[in-house]
Design a protein around this ligand. Structure first.
Ligand code: 1PR
Length: 523
């Protein structure tokens, strides 16, 4: 029996699923007594340091946690569960941590995009039971903006390079904690968790030694999901967002089965977009939540879900805020949520007032679940202009001139799946969303979507250069070379495709094999 400390924020569902997949049962901490009587305690943390420590204090769990740690009982902290062990964090300077380990948690100071999101390596410093069966060049999934800086170097379990070398794991006796997410790190992560769950494992060092770790470019499989005309939830795919063929919604498979297939094929992440979420409110559209629950039982890479995340009042006058919708998705197994149409409205209002309200979906969800959990999905369309001064938008000079020979274009943001355009450009939208606390941009392009012509490099380069958060390049992938183009010509951290994977035209493994000699990827 494993005891799990769920302080109520973030996705502990995937940790529970991973532990259950390994044949163990999970008991959730209800009181301090449960901590004191635990045989093995897992403390996964997602969200923000300050709110985590406040909730632990409110629930009177700080003292039992300190006693458990002092007794050197088996403990595995994950992400914020590592930060909690330290004296404090720059994320909430006035709120003390558990103080079990001397040192501070500090924000990344690097030119690279922050949060540090993706698959990176580990350099092992100490033998540990966790390393049984692992090789040192394996990659694990990170998502964080802060990292621990211990005063004493002898407690460092492992380190990772991201701009500079940081502590990605600590070990002191039976107390272990890692910055990465084993429950989201595929087979490697499951093995590591299994090592913690087993008794009598020997402390070992992995066989191979890595000198420097590198973050991988991520390959993401995207599943656009909606009900077809018979009411079945299907994965569909549009041509420039038109998902109907001869009047019927294209049906490319079942969401849970396809997600499982892509996980097994090596997808680094999986994204579900509920493409009719703007009209079917997700909390009433429960099948999507069910899809997420079922998928997260067997898929151990990060899951993002988008569609319909916004404030909403139902037919009975009941009000739901965007945070309620996001929370339902996180509880069902999502690691990140993606906001599309509502982000455009939020930015529109921000541009009119220049004021943050603190109440938008981006701000409220980021405050509770952390910036890294908030992805903004942008659905832009090219609008050609002769002269950059013709419009009050951020304009791009293009190699592909417009129908009238125009040499410039701006990228107009749309809402409701491309049905309505707004007077906001994609570059400005991305910048404002970053300011409001978004952690990543999913950059689609309606002109390229479903065309197999390759990514819109000009758009991706322009947006990625304008923000310091990671960008997912999306729309238009037709062959493995297109992924190389986007990684060679832009700083995008990941690339997403749908059609070529669904139609089995270019399997994920083929993309990775093609990229491997030139681009850092997870094998
Ligand atoms: O606006 O917050 O409710 O979110 C709705 C979400 O659904 C948005 O993220 C929006 O991008 C998405 N969406 C809405 N309508 C469509 C549609 O296709 N009719 N799908 C749609 C967008 C875009 C990609 C696609 C890539 C790659 N799909 O994610 O998977 O373009 O395709 P490709 O590799 O085949 O070219 P809200």
């Amino acid at each position: 029996m494993i005891t799990l400390l769920d302080y109520g924020a973030g996705n502990v569902r995937s940790v529970i699923n991973a532990i259950e997949q390994l044949g163990e049962t999970v008991k959730i901490v209800e009181s301090g007594e449960d901590i004191l009587s635990a045989q093995k305690l897992v403390f996964p943390g997602v969200g923000a340091f300050g709110s985590m420590m406040e909730i632990l204090a409110q629930k009177e769990l700080i003292r039992p946690l300190k006693i458990y740690l002092e007794k050197n009982r088996p403990f595995l902290g994950i992400c914020l569960g590592l930060h909690a062990l330290f004296d404090g964090s720059d994320e909430a300077p006035n709120i003390p941590g558990l103080g079990f380990i001397s040192g501070q948690v500090k924000r990344f100071k690097t030119d690279l995009s922050v949060p540090h999101i993706g698959w990176n390596g580990i350099i092992c410093h100490q033998p540990s039971i966790l390393w049984n069966g692992l090789e040192e060049q394996e990659k694990v999934y990170f998502v964080h903006s802060y990292h621990a800086v211990p005063e004493k170097k002898d407690i460092i379990l492992c380190a990772t390079d991201y701009g500079y070398r940081f502590t990605s794991g600590i070990q002191s006796g039976n107390v272990m904690a890692v910055q990465f997410h084993p429950e989201k790190s595929g087979q490697t992560g499951l093995r590591l968790l299994q090592n913690f769950l087993k008794t009598n494992e020997q402390k070992v060092l992995p066989h191979l030694s890595t000198k420097k770790t590198k973050i991988s470019k991520r390959i993401i499989a995207c599943l656009d999901v909606r009900a077809n005309d018979h009411g079945d939830l299907v994965v569909t795919k549009g041509d420039q967002y038109d998902v109907r063929e001869k009047g019927n919604v294209r049906n490319l498979g079942k969401p849970v089965e396809l997600a499982q297939r892509y996980y097994e094929a090596g997808a680094d992440e999986i994204t579900f977009l509920n493409i009719t979420g703007f009209r079917d409110f997700p909390l009433e559209d429960m099948p999507m939540i069910e899809v997420l629950k079922q998928t997260s039982q067997n898929v151990f890479v990060p899951l993002t879900i988008g569609g319909g995340i916004r404030d909403y009042t139902d037919a009975n006058g009941q009000f739901y805020c965007a945070l309620d919708v996001a929370s339902a998705y996180f509880r069902s197994g999502a690691d990140k949520i993606s906001i599309g149409s509502d982000a455009v409205d939020i930015v529109d209002s921000y541009l009119q007032t220049g004021q943050k309200t603190g109440k938008s979906a981006i701000e409220t969800i980021a405050r509770v679940y952390g910036n890294q959990a908030v992805v903004i999905s942008i659905d832009p369309k090219r609008v050609y202009v002769f002269d950059p001064d013709d419009v009050a938008h951020q304009v791009v000079s293009t190699r592909y001139s417009g129908p009238g020979g125009e040499q410039y274009c701006w990228y107009q943001c749309t809402v409701k799946g491309g049905r309505e355009g707004r007077n906001v450009d994609a570059i400005t939208l991305a910048q404002v969303c970053e300011k409001l606390g978004a952690g990543e941009i999913l950059l689609n392009c309606i002109d390229r979507d479903g065309t197999n012509l390759g990514f819109d490099i000009e758009l991706i380069h322009a947006v990625r250069s304008a923000v310091s958060i990671p960008v997912i390049a999306s729309s238009g992938a037709g062959c493995a070379e297109h992924f190389l183009d986007v990684f060679a010509q832009t700083k995008a951290e990941s690339a997403l495709a749908a059609g070529i994977f669904h139609r089995n035209e270019v399997p994920i493994q083929e993309v990775k094999r093609f990229l491997a000699p030139q681009v850092e990827i997870r094998q």
